[in-house]
Design a protein around this ligand. Structure first.
Ligand SMILES: Nc1ncnc2c1ncn2[C@@H]1O[C@H](COP(=O)(O)OP(=O)(O)OP(=O)(O)O)[C@@H](O)[C@H]1O
Length: 355
């Protein structure tokens, strides 16, 4: 198992920067998710680490050994990187055991050694007894587990998972999430999990690297990404934050400051001292509450009320800003109806430290 280090890695296609000075340090045995919208460079990053893509600048090191740089390129088969793809990529004409042992057979390993390694890997993924089945006789989840076993047989230093659950239905995804977590626990592998599904990333990873336009914009725990987004993109992308212009008034210390947003004075959380002046403020549904007519608040019209697992999501339009959509959560009792005029208070906010 090994640590993965990327230092200012750049990959261009013509004038386009698919990876723009990407730096990342993944600890030995860590489970890191790379999360980002379509086209942000996730697959390019994975292909560069695996060695399918050369880099134009910067370095990639696996276990302290440089495998990619502007001048050096270790081929994929000599990187000890296992990859599990979304499409499983199993050979349809080979049995489960033959698929799992393929790489060892190609490498010319003795039959008995292959049999032993395959039996061990299939046991890890819970497929002992499935050796002679063909891929067509397996469920989607079982096929993905064969792909995991095949990856395990190669004793990889690093395992890369490229949206491995994208083809599975919702229920199977949830149970496969448990399997990946279990696989990680049992093997202690360093794992990089590429996805655009934040629920999946949050469920699995210790830390999440958020990518945007070829750059890594924040690497943090799921809680940190939700509570202290580094940029406006992270605030919008994770947890559906609403980013609004505000005016910083004063810093109170202890990570708190006062800002004016939507015409209200709000006590907000911040990463450090915030000089008075224009700022970007992130508001989440948890920051907004229905309030009485007497206190400070924003007059709104309710546009939609949707039941959502134990509570109601209430969508509103401020009377003074018809282009804006606010969302808050309300309990069953006291929830408003579409068309109601209500008042909303802002109980918290986050001042975005970056762009
Ligand atoms: N071989 C290539 N030639 C030119 N442009 C490319 C090439 N490979 C990728 N790109 C571009 O680089 C950008 C990043 O692509 P990449 O596949 O890494 O994104 P992604 O985040 O994995 O997206 P998705 O989630 O949709 O798979 C895209 O704009 C893509 O069009």
């Amino acid at each position: 198992m090994a640590r993965l280090t990327l230092d200012a890695v750049t990959r261009t296609f013509g004038a386009f920067h698919a990876l723009d000075r990407v730096s990342l340090d993944v600890r030995d045995g860590e489970f890191l998710a790379v999360l980002g919208p379509s086209g942000c460079g996730k697959t390019t990053l994975l292909r560069a680490v695996a060695g399918f893509e050369k880099v134009n600048g910067g370095t990639i090191a696996i276990g302290g050994r440089v495998v990619s740089s502007g001048t050096e390129h270790v081929p994929p088969e000599r990187r000890r990187v296992g990859i599990v793809f979304q499409s499983y990529a199993l050979w349809p004409h080979m049995s489960v055991a033959e698929n799992a042992g393929y790489s060892m057979r190609v490498a010319g390993a003795p039959k008995e050694e292959i049999r032993r390694a395959v039996a061990q890997a299939l046991a890890v993924v819970g497929l002992s007894g499935f050796e002679d089945r063909m891929p067509a006789q397996l469920s989607g989840g079982q096929r993905q587990r064969v792909a995991l076993a095949r990856c395990l047989v190669q004793s990889p230093a690093l395992v890369l998972l490229d949206e491995p659950l994208a083809n599975l239905d919702v229920h199977l995804r949830a149970s496969m999430e448990d399997e990946f977590a279990d696989f990680h626990r049992r093997t202690g592998s360093t794992m990089i999990y590429i996805t655009h599904d934040q629920a999946e990333a949050m469920a699995l990873a210790d830390r999440i690297a958020v990518m945007d336009e070829g750059r890594i914009v924040q690497v943090a725990s799921p809680q940190e990404l939700h509570g202290r987004p580094a940029t406006a993109m992270v605030a919008r992308f994770i947890g559906g934050g609403l980013v609004l212009p505000g005016e910083a008034r004063a810093t109170d210390g202890d990570g708190a400051c006062r800002v004016r947003v939507l015409g209200l004075d709000v006590r907000a959380r911040c990463a450090g001292p915030v000089p008075p002046g224009p700022v970007q403020v992130a508001l989440y549904p948890r920051d907004l509450r229905l309030c009485g007519p007497e206190g400070p608040g924003i007059d709104c019209r309710v546009t939609r009320v949707v039941y959502q697992g134990g509570e109601f999501r209430v969508e509103l339009v401020p009377e003074g800003a018809p282009g804006l959509r606010l969302t808050l959560h309300a309990a069953e009792s006291g929830r408003p109806a579409p068309g109601d005029a209500v008042r909303v208070s802002i109980d918290g906010a986050w001042v975005i430290p970056g762009p």
